[in-house]
Design a binder for this molecule. Sequence first.
Ligand code: GLP
Length: 234
Amino acid sequence: MKIIEVKNYHALSMLAAKIIIDEVREKPNLVIGFATGKTPLKLYKNLVGAYRKGEVDFSGIKTFNLDEYYPIKQNEYKKSYRSYMSKRFFSDVNIPKENIHLLDGNSKDIAKSCKDYENQIRKNPIDLQILGIGINGHIGFNEPGSKKDSKTRVVKLSPSTIKRNKVSYTKALTMGISTIMKSKKIILLASGKSKAEVIERMIKGKESEKLPASFLKNHKDITVIVDKKAGSLI
Ligand code: GLP
């Protein structure tokens, strides 16, 4: 596990964007796993900025998003991750629509959708997975108690996640721990004081279902990028 500490959120977002841009330049058909939440907001801004300046071309990449609320409610569509990704990133760059994969929070056959998603990832292995981390140690929506061999599935959200994310959704879809672990390279981003304790537990503690992010310790190519505040206890 490689750990990089940068000064602040601005530097973290710059570095994460640079890593993605360099990888896309090196491999124009890169398969990228994207995350949502507050942490990658500036990263997406930077990627859009670089695209507008002609510094990167996304026309050959494929994307898979990590997670989504389920079932999507009409009145809360704006809080869906599909809406987030479209607004913050996809509508401003040149990724072909057919190359974008999102979990379907409207699916009528959710078991089949999850299986199909897992198969799509198997056929298009993720080269670079971007992750955030929940304060309870979740990655994607793999809440505490998630198994190491878990795959893409429906999960129950923990009360703390519902409160923190300010949603009324109680369930979600997420890539599993094993799905995430199959990614060739992982970049986990953490910013701010609220993430200091979970980063400490992930790095210093042992692997445990109680802290799903701890499974990442066994990944062979993971870089954790923290800013000073998130890294203050390590
Ligand atoms: C959310 C998402 C995750 C995200 C994490 C951290 O609930 N399901 O994909 O990485 O929690 O979110 P934030 O960056 O807003 O702290």
